[in-house]
Ligand binder design. Structure first.
Ligand code: BMA
Length: 384
């Protein structure tokens, strides 16, 4: 009889290599559902790209807090699959910096989870030293670290954030959340940004924050997203530029990027072709880093305010993603629809709505309706 040894060895090696490539969260105590979400995000990124929208259920162009409404759903019939929220002003006010009621936000986070969508939270944290907003650039990072004169103030803000995150539960299950603090830190517009603290201080702040949430607060339902801003990232320097402020692999799950620059930013004078090349280069950079580190890459913020280009979604986002399916970008998230001059997904009847429908119909883009079981083994893509 022919020996089956080579086949058995091959199968063992194959299983081991598949196993070793599976991502696992930086938090070794991450909950089962958080782990599942992370592995599913990795798989999703190999098959398509999720679509995300900030504050999608809270308001849109010309409406505020209408049950079940969403500008994205008004056009496509589906909610986005990724829902962005922001905890700026938590612990200080019942409303976030953009006047979203935190109680309602919690309900929308729960509803999203129950429908099978994904929640991600950013934090436009007020300057703990001055009480001014995130854009108050008075240097503060050094002073809020342990031993610093404003450490207590920061701790109380962080603990308020932790209380909210802990309250995001359905029954006994904590809802997995992608947490994206201190974003765009390579830019100089926030108090945690470049020029207002040293790189070491920024890293210390990130690590302190994550350690505190994990150890003191016992929070294990978070995936952590790191997201520098493309406009301040020199692509010719590649990974070296990306790693400015990188707190370490034990502190990051999502290799993110905010990129409004290569998708038609008003100040970007490069040709469309060059912008597209730069976008692809920037996504290929995060893809490469994520692959090397066995993590997941995402375009954590993008968009074109006011959508003056009618075919922005298909030409600026879908085309580059479809032509480069090996980029493995788990999601793209566009910013909020505040009013008729500040919105990123087209309201119904807007000239860009038809193109957004085409974007939605494309098999590559994944909305909430297209997904099942993102928190379970063997997630499924349906409807496409
Ligand atoms: C900016 C704008 C602001 C908002 C901030 C935080 O891009 O939308 O109006 O306060 O994001 O959401």
């Amino acid at each position: 009889m022919k020996s089956r040894l080579p086949l058995t060895l091959f199968l063992i090696a194959f299983t081991l290599s598949a196993w070793s490539q599976k991502v696992s969260p930086a938090d070794t105590k991450a909950t089962k559902k958080t782990r599942m979400l992370y592995t599913n995000l990795q798989q999703i990124s190999q098959q398509g790209t999720l679509f995300g929208h900030q504050d999608d259920q809270a308001y849109g162009v010309g409406w505020w807090n209408e049950k079940g409404r969403s500008d994205v759903k008004d056009v496509t019939g589906s909610y986005p699959s990724v829902h962005g929220w922001d905890l700026g002003d938590i612990g200080i006010s019942p409303f976030n910096l953009d006047t979203v009621d935190f109680k309602l936000m919690r309900q929308w986070i729960k509803a999203t989870y129950k429908r099978g969508g994904i929640n991600t939270i950013s934090w436009h944290l007020d300057n703990p030293k001055t009480g001014g907003g995130s854009w108050d650039k008075t240097p503060a990072v050094k002073d809020i670290l342990p031993g610093g004169p404003a450490h207590k103030v920061y701790l109380s803000q962080l603990n308020a954030l932790a209380d909210f995150l802990k309250s995001c539960k359905v029954g006994l299950t904590s809802i997995p959340i992608i947490f994206r603090p201190f974003h765009e830190h390579n830019g100089n517009w926030f108090w945690w940004g470049k020029g207002h603290c040293s790189e070491e201080e920024y890293i210390a702040l990130w690590r302190f924050t994550v350690d505190h949430l994990r150890t003191q607060q016992g929070i294990h339902h978070l995936l952590y997203a790191f997201s520098p801003d493309r406009s301040r990232l020199d692509l010719s320097k590649g990974a070296e530029a990306y790693y400015y402020g990188y707190p370490g692999d034990e502190y990051v799950d999502i290799i993110g990027l905010d990129n409004y620059w290569d998708v038609g930013h008003a100040k970007n004078k490069k040709t469309l072709e060059q912008q597209e090349k730069d976008l692809i280069q920037s996504l290929s950079l995060i893809h490469k880093i994520a692959t090397e580190k066995n993590k997941v890459a995402a375009l954590t913020e993008t968009g074109h305010s006011g959508l003056k280009e009618r075919d922005w979604f298909t030409q600026r986002i879908l085309k580059p993603l479809k032509e480069n399916t090996d980029l493995n970008i788990a999601w793209v998230l566009v910013w909020r629809n505040r009013h008729k001059n500040h919105f990123y997904s087209p309201p119904k009847d807007h000239p860009a709505a038809h193109d957004f429908q085409v974007f939605f119909d494309d098999p590559h883009t994944l909305f909430e309706k297209d997904l099942r079981k993102v928190y379970k083994p063997g997630f499924e893509i349906i409807n496409k």
